[in-house]
Design a protein around this ligand. Structure first.
Ligand code: SAH
Ligand code: SF4
Ligand code: F3S
Length: 453
């Protein structure tokens, strides 16, 4: 007997999502994929055969934003070469910042959807199917988004992201985030606990709570408003959830209860990404950061009293308008004082619509030279931290296959990649590993107890 095609079930289509930018975009890409799965799309790893391509974009620096246009050019070529139609959508922060302009510049784009509007993708696709022109949705109905997304999210790995807070009210003078992500919004605690339970039930052992200013979290709880510390405490009670992290934090929102939580909650990992941007008070003021370099130093002292082994991470911007050699030296001395385990550093990139964009700019060569010096200082402190791990035995979450057969990659408590020889069937386990090698971006180790003397 031959199977007759079921006319009621249309063929599944293929979706390729490319993610740029921060972890919030990684989270959003997962949610978009999940939303579109319900509308007949299966995710694929490359654009070649995709019916729909979504670029989930980042607007934070000029280079990030420009990349989208070169990728769109490449997709147009691919579509012409293969000779079958490809629908193309631009999501994320460039979509929010540029809106209609994207369609004007790149008429091949069918969908433009902002980071607060992607729950509307199925309706936008319906409109396209019915012959309407390009769909652009960039409004900010934050509450609707989470309420309208499917409640079916499953963990795809032992580590998972969970967005708990979005947007930013801080308006640092260099930053587009308050414009692309809108005002601060905290999701209700009950929704987050439910999503965390679903992730753990489907295999997550570690959850990273995400927000542009995650430590400003103040979500509706059952009786009162919950802080991030309260949320972390409640999540730590979930059976099977071994590790909790949160990112990114602002120094001014590191409350006493959150600092205390680092000393009291075993599941809260000893790693903190706490951007400072500059070590000069003059520049911090011009950046509208509302804290000083010494205030930041004292804050980290207090965090280290609560959790002595905490590994610090940060972000730095060099070449902000007005930055002198002496301001820059203050940044280098802050880097030395904190002894970062890792950090990111960037050349200042003037962004349209932000207050600092109109100021007189620092010469490109000066920016490049300062960036090289900051990166050298950070590399030195990162190498010292990596080297200090050799000989230590630490719990490692085996989260993904390694490069070679019989090898796995895992995560240390300090967010380092660790590779070791271990049965890949143990993915998801947390095992004690003795560190034997330190590299720039990873550690090598052996299962504790199996180390040759
Ligand atoms: N919400 C987070 C992250 C913001 S974006 C925070 O407050 O720290 C991540 C990093 O990008 C920032 O910390 C900053 O170091 C960098 N960044 C933001 N805008 C930038 C710009 N215009 N030029 C260069 N770097 C920038
Ligand atoms: Fe941008 Fe500052 Fe808000 Fe961070 S705190 S997202 S750097 S405006
Ligand atoms: Fe980029 Fe938007 Fe994240 S601008 S850093 S993707 S919030």
């Amino acid at each position: 007997m031959t199977a007759t095609p079921d006319t009621k079930t249309p063929a599944r289509k293929k979706l390729y999502v490319k993610t740029y930018g921060c972890q919030m975009n990684v989270y959003d890409s997962e949610r978009m994929t999940e939303t579109l799965a319900a509308r007949g799309y299966d995710a694929v790893d490359t654009p070649e055969t995709a019916d729909l391509v979504l670029l989930n974009t980042c607007h934070i620096r000029e280079k990030a934003a420009e990349k989208v246009y070169s990728d769109l050019g490449r997709l147009r070529k691919l579509e012409a070469e293969r000779g079958t139609p490809m629908q193309v959508g631009v999501a994320g922060c460039v979509a929010q910042a540029e809106g209609e302009e994207i369609v004007r510049r790149m008429p091949q784009v069918d969908l433009v959807v902002g980071p607060q509007a992607y729950h509307r993708l199925p309706a936008m696709l319906d409109a396209l199917d019915s012959g309407a022109g390009a769909q652009v949705v960039t409004d900010f109905p934050v509450n609707d988004k989470f309420a309208d997304l499917p409640k079916t999210r499953k963990a795809s790995a032992p580590t998972a992201f969970l967005s708990v807070q979005e947007g930013c009210d801080k308006f640092c003078a260099f930053c587009v985030v308050p414009y692309t992500r809108g005002a601060e919004y905290s999701r209700p605690a009950a929704d987050l606990l439910a999503e965390a339970h679903r992730l753990v039930d489907s295999g997550a052992r570690e959850i990273t709570l995400l927000g542009q200013n995650v430590n400003a979290y103040h979500g509706e709880g059952p009786q009162d408003v919950w802080s991030l510390a309260r949320l972390v405490r409640e999540m730590a009670e979930i059976d099977g959830l071994a590790r909790i992290r949160y990112t990114t934090s602002h120094p001014n929102d590191m409350s006493d209860d959150l600092i205390a939580a680092h000393g009291e909650i075993d599941a809260l990992m000893p790693f903190l990404h706490l951007p400072v941007q500059s070590g000069s008070d003059r520049i911090l003021k011009a950046m509208n950061r509302k804290h000083t370099a010494d205030g930041y130093r004292r804050l980290i002292d207090r965090i280290r009293v609560a959790r002595p082994d905490i590994a610090m991470s940060g972000d730095f911007i060099v070449g902000f308008p007005g930055e002198t050699d002496s301001d820059f030296k203050d940044t280098l001395s802050l880097i030395r004082d904190i002894a970062y385990a890792q950090a990111f550093s960037f050349k200042y990139s003037p962004r349209p619509g932000t207050p600092a964009a109109g100021s007189e700019q620092i010469a490109e060569e000066v920016k490049a030279e300062r960036l090289a010096r900051v990166q050298a200082a950070l590399a030195e402190s990162q190498a010292a931290f990596q080297q200090g791990c050799v000989g230590e035995t630490m719990p490692v979450l085996l989260d993904r296959p390694g490069k070679f057969d019989g090898q796995m990659m895992g995560r240390s408590p300090y967010l380092q990649n660790v590779h070791l020889t271990v049965d890949p069937a143990r993915r998801g386990e947390i095992v004690p590993v003795t560190i034997t090698e330190a590299h720039r971006n990873s550690l090598g180790g052996v299962l504790a107890g199996t180390h040759a003397p």
